[in-house]
Design a protein. Sequence first.
Length: 154
Amino acid sequence: MSKLPGMLLPLLLLAPAPERSPMAAQDGKTTRFAVVAHQDNAGFESVADAKATVKKLYLKELTQWPGGVEARPYARERQSQEQAAFVKDVLGMTDAELARHWLRLKNASGTTPPKDVDSERLLLKFVARNQGAFGVVALDAARSAEGVKVLFEF
C-alpha cells in the first residue's frame, strides 16, 4: 500500500492558497467590508494604525486595546466572504499561514483562535454588547448597526 496519500496532506497545508478574486455581489458590484468595534473603543489617527492594531489583536500578539481594554476578537466562518477578505487584505495571510499561526500558538501557550460567529447579525450584537469586541462585517451592515463603530473599511 502506498504512503503517497498520507504524505500529500502536509504538503497541501504548506501550499499557498489560490489567489482570491474580488468579492462580487449579486448585483455585480464589489462588496466592501468593515472592521467594527464597540462604540466606546478609542479611535485611531490613521487607517494604517487601525489595521496594524487590529491585526496584532486578532492574532493575539496583543491582548489589550491601546486604552487598556481587553480585546475580544471574533471571526466569521472560514468560508465566508468577510473572513476570506479579512485574512487576505487585513492580516496579509493565506488560510494555510493562519492555520499554522494558530497551531504554533496552541502548542506554545494554549492560545486558541477567535471564536467563530456564523452570522453578521450575531457578530454585530456581540460587538455592541462587549467593550473590546471587534469583527468584520459587510460595510452596509456596519453603517446601519447601533452600538458599534467602523474602525476602517476595505
